[in-house]
Structure formats: structure tokens, C-alpha cells
Design a protein around this ligand. Structure first.
Ligand SMILES: [Zn+2]
Length: 578
């Protein structure tokens, strides 16, 4: 599933790339913040219960903001001297907390199926629910029009049932149907969908792709991009305005969970610099409700990573270029696939199989690809799921790091899912950090334990306690749209490690403390995305905050995921309202 990061990007690229590329080939930062340099008097005074984010510190009564930055925080009396004739007053109905930070999610690949019907395990707890949901969608869709569904995950249902052509023909005889697997490695189609693109039982499998067959006839299960891409060829393509609207909707969904800053996890996969151009244009039109940090993807069709690095540089996309709302911060690679898709790279085989997945690179080619990022001064970030992938990536980091003198780039592992004690110790020694996908535990923990990895490796999943004990700065992320952006659910799972499937606790020795879990979605995540001016509320930091109904810093983690966000503010200005 985490291969959702990149596995579907050629499909999204084919479907959306040209439209996004039409946004242009250069970046034009808007620099809105420069318009208000601030003064020694507050332009905004926030009064109420203000949680600074420093654990154990009592809530403040008031916060003074000037030019988007905090110039005072403490008791109301403390701030008296900062109030001037033009100071506006905000008395929010709720608790003020630091804006939450999402350090790894995907805007671009998520646009592909933003409007597709959700048949995830979250939405459909049984396979029968999946079938019923697709049937109900078809019943509402005019005859002949596409019925599209996403995030189907057979690994979470008893017996791992497949959505076959026969099943889909039965429930939607009058519409072409396409259903995307959550791993994005499989697509399911009915007869009408095959007919629409002229594919029949005589089709030859393209290199690297498969059309599943039963008794010589297409069974509707289509594997991997080269085959899947043929099925999406006739989908109506969105306009630039529809794409811009889709981005705004994705970011609003993040803001609705209290997020004020995020890191986009694979920028450039659809349209290279056109993606950054579009983000800057949306920002210029003040349509971004969340700050976006981008991580430039090391792969573009037909180019070596070194050539990709040169392409970014030529377009003016260099480390920390951009402005206070859209900034290019990192180099992004993917070392292996997805653990529940059984393509994460492990030292030992998956349960019931004779292989432990595979790496996307040889150690030599990975070194070249990471070096291309190092050479241009980028923060290097890399998707790494299985323990063998961690071993390979760590080895390359250990080889490269001594050759570079530029400090404080804060290179980090994305996912860092299954790790050994030795790897954690070496990660700390190398000065690297990690962001964990805690929903791996919540949604898939039981499947990892029982059918995919076995109990021993499942216990080594997302080891917050061990990683933080080693002194490694650790954050939590969603990998959206692999899972929904909901940092407070990730933090709750970090503390409780309770599995959705059966309520048991996956290795209690790895539970985070409430403080560690909240730091993972605030200050640690901010540090990782080079947002030192965010993540907590203190003098000199940006006035990025959320209004919530219950204070997570003083309430039980059991209730964190039910906390409601009524508004978010960026630089003291409303960014989102529920
Ligand atoms: Zn990802």
C-alpha cells in the first residue's frame, strides 16, 4: 500500500500530466508574508486557552501576533504593552493549539481518484459491503457512464477475496466499472470496461503487466501499470480548473484535521515543475489553506537521477526555493514497495511465500540516485518499508554522509516500518531521523501479524519507543491517500498501538508516551520539514494554530481521534473554517 506513493504515478501521469504541465515551466513565488513586516504592536490579540505545545507548561491566556509572527504569549496582563489602537481581538470558541504538521502525504497521485467511490476497509468493513457499495453507486449512475471505486484492500478481508469480472458484471451490467486496489498494483474491471477500450480475451499481456485469466478468459483482475494503464485510456480528463479545485479540496481536508503545514511526498511525478508552478499560482490566488513543502522526486521518464536533478535546478527549483507558503525542501526516492502488497523488501520471506519482496534499486544505482540529491544540497528522504530495504538505504547513507560537509539537512527515512535494534542504533549514529506511518499498526497490524509477516516482525513495526529512546527525532504521517490525514489518530495509535481488527495491543513495549506522540505530529514533524518557525506557539514563531474542542495535551489519548477542529489559522489569518 505504501507503494501507493509511487506505484500509480505512471497512470496518474498519463491521465493528468499534460493538464498539470500546462501550468508552466517556471516557478513564481507570491511572497505574501513580505507585504506585512509587522511592528512592535500586535495586529491581532488571541485570548482564551492557548496551549503552547510545550509539555507540562500551563496554557497561556493570550497571544499577541504581528506580521504573522508571535510577539508575545502568556498572561493577559503580560501582553498589555503590545496592544495598540489597531489591534484586533480574537476570542475563539475552543482551545487554541499549535497547527499540526503532516510530514509525508501525496497531493498529485491522490488527484487521480479523488472522486472515486471509497471502498476502503475504513468505509466497508466486510467484502459484502464493498460489493454492495459498488452496486449502489452503479444504480445511481446513468447507463454507459463509468463507475469508479478506489482503495479496495483484499488483504483485510477473510480469505482475501477478489473483485472479479463476473462479480462486477452481475452488480453493474450497464456501466463500465474500474476498481483500484489500495496498493495501486491491481485494477479490477468488468466486461463493459474492457469493451470500451477494445480489449478482449485475445489480448496479449504487455511487458511488466498481466491480464488475469480463468479458463482462458479475462477474469477482470489486472496487474501492474503497463496493463492497468490501458484500461484508464478512455476516462474523461479533468480540466486545469478541476485539478486546482481538487488540490484545494485535498488541502481543506488536511486543514479540517488541524494541519497547517505539510510535506508533499513525491513532487514532479505527474508534470515536473508544472506541479510547483500550479501550487504557486494557487498561492498567488490565495487558495492554499495549508503551507506546502515539496519533495522533488528523483525519477522522471527517460532521465537518470542526475539528469532529473539538473532539470529541477534549471527550472529554478533549488533547496529551500519558493516562499513562506510553497517551498521546495527535499529530494525524494523510493527504495522498495508495500508491505501489505508483499513488495516491501525483507531479509526473510513473507508468510507462505518463498521471497521477501524486492528492492527498486541495486545498492550501486541507489547510491547514484541519492548522491544526485546530496550533490545539489537537498535534504534526502527515502521511502523504506522492509528490514532489508532499511539495511540497504542505511548502508548507502553511511557511505555518502562522510563525503558531505553541509550539516543540518535532516535527511530522513519515510515509513521505516520494520527495523532491527542494530539498524536503529546505526540510524541514530548517522544522525538520520524517521517518520512512521502509524496507520500501518491501526489498520493493517493484525494482517501483518497473522497473514503477511508473522508475530515477530509485526512486533518490530513502527517502534516509536525504541526509536525515540535511541535519540532519533520521530514523526508520524498518513501517506495520504494510503490512509486519511488524521494526525491525532496517528498520535493515539502511537500511544496505544491498539489494532482496529481485534482491539489487541501490538507490542506494548513500543508504545509512545503522550508527550512523544504529540511531539511526533508537531515539533518533530516541523523540524523534519525544516519548519523550525512552526510546530509550537512561542515568541518568534509563526502564528499557525488550530481551534479544537478538547485539549489533547491534557486529555486522554483514547479520545484524541474524536477531537473536532473548528478552524485553522496561518500567520494569524483564517485558513480554514469547519
Ligand atoms: Zn508515500
Amino acid at each position: 500500500m505504501s507503494a501507493g506513493c509511487c506505484a500509480a504515478s505512471p497512470i496518474a501521469q498519463a491521465h493528468l500530466g499534460a493538464t498539470v504541465a500546462s501550468a508552466g515551466a517556471t516557478i513564481a513565488p507570491a511572497n505574501h508574508a513580505a507585504a506585512n513586516p509587522g511592528s512592535d504592536k500586535a495586529d491581532l490579540l488571541v485570548e482564551g486557552t492557548i496551549v503552547t505545545g510545550a509539555f507540562g507548561e500551563p496554557a497561556a491566556e493570550a497571544m499577541a501576533v504581528s506580521g504573522g509572527k508571535i510577539i508575545g504569549i502568556g498572561s493577559r496582563a503580560d501582553l498589555e504593552g503590545l496592544i495598540g489602537p489597531s489591534t484586533k481581538l480574537l476570542k475563539p470558541d475552543g482551545v487554541v493549539i499549535p497547527g499540526l504538521i503532516e510530514p509525508h502525504m501525496h497531493i498529485w497521485t491522490s488527484l487521480l481518484n479523488l472522486d472515486w467511490t471509497d471502498v476502503s476497509h475504513e468505509a466497508c468493513s466486510t467484502f459484502d459491503d464493498v460489493v454492495a457499495t459498488i452496486k449502489a453507486t452503479a444504480a445511481k449512475t446513468p447507463s454507459g457512464e463509468y463507475v469508479l471505486a478506489k482503495l479496495f484492500d483484499p488483504s483485510l478481508y477473510q480469505g482475501e477475496p477478489n473483485l472479479t469480472r463476473a462479480v462486477l458484471d452481475q452488480i453493474a451490467p450497464n456501466n463500465p466499472v474500474l476498481v483500484m486496489n489500495a496498493s495501486m498494483h491491481y485494477l479490477y474491471a468488468n466486461s463493459a470496461a474492457f469493451a470500451l477500450v477494445g480489449i478482449d480475451d485475445t489480448v496479449v499481456d504487455p511487458a511488466g503487466g498481466t491480464f488475469g485469466r480463468t479458463d482462458g478468459k479475462l477474469n477482470g483482475v489486472i496487474g501492474e501499470v503497463p496493463a492497468m494503464i490501458l484500461l484508464i485510456a478512455k476516462l474523461p480528463k479533468p480540466t486545469p480548473a478541476e485539478i486546482a479545485d481538487g488540490i484545494t479540496r485535498i488541502l481543506n481536508a488536511c486543514a479540517s484535521q488541524g494541519v497547517t503545514s505539510l510535506r508533499e511526498g513525491a513532487t514532479g511525478t505527474l508534470a515536473g515543475v508544472g506541479e510547483l508552478a500550479m501550487l504557486h499560482q494557487l498561492n498567488a490566488a490565495r487558495r492554499l489553506p495549508v503551507r506546502v513543502s515539496t519533495s522533488q522526486f528523483a525519477i522522471m521518464p527517460g532521465k537518470t537521477p542526475t539528469e532529473v536533478a539538473a532539470t529541477w535546478k534549471e527550472a529554478g527549483v533549488t533547496p529551500f526555493s519558493g516562499d513562506e507558503m510553497v517551498r521546495a525542501d527535499a529530494w525524494k526516492l523510493t527504495s522498495d514497495g508495500s508491505n501489505q502488497g508483499r513488495s516491501g523488501y525483507f531479509m526473510q520471506p513473507y508468510l507462505g511465500e518463498d521471497t521477501g519482496g524486492h528492492a527498486n534499486w541495486t545498492p550501486e544505482s541507489l547510491l547514484d540516485a541519492m548522491k544526485a540529491g546530496f550533490d545539489d544540497g537537498w535534504q534526502v528522504t527515502i521511502h523504506t518499508n522492509g528490514d532489508a530495504a532499511v539495511e540497504m538505504v542505511l548502508g548507502v547513507f553511511e557511505e555518502l554522509l562522510p563525503n558531505y560537509t553541509q550539516k543540518d539537512l535532516r535527511h530522513f527515512f519515510i515509513h521505516y516500518s520494520v527495523t532491527t535494534d542494530d539498524q536503529i542504533a546505526r540510524t541514530a549514529k548517522a544522525g538520520l531521523s524517521a517518520t512512521l506511518l502509524m496507520n500501518h499498526v491501526y489498520y493493517w497490524g493484525a494482517a501483518f501479524r497473522d497473514t503477511i509477516l508473522g508475530p515477530e516482525r509485526a512486533n518490530h513495526l513502527d517502534r516509536t519507543a525504541s526509536i525515540m529512546r535511541a535519540g532519533i527525532s520521530t514523526s508520524y504521517h498518513s501517506d495520504y491517500n494510503v490512509s486519511k490525514v488524521q494526525p491525532l489518530l496517528s498520535a493515539k495509535t502511537g500511544v496505544l498501538r491498539k489494532l482496529l481488527a481485534d482491539g489487541t495491543v501490538l507490542n506494548p513495549a513500543e508504545c509512545a508516551t503522550p508527550q512523544q506522540a504529540l511531539e511526533a505530529i508537531t515539533t518533530n514533524a516541523a523540524w523534519q520539514i525544516h519548519a523550525d518557525d512552526r510546530g509550537s506557539l512561542a515568541v518568534g514563531k509563526r502564528a499557525d494554530f488550530a481551534i479544537v474542542d478538547v485539549d489533547p495535551w491534557t486529555s486522554s489519548p483514547e479520545g484524541w481521534d474524536a477531537i473536532k477542529v473548528s478552524a485553522t489559522y496561518i500567520d494569524g489569518t483564517v485558513a480554514f473554517q469547519a
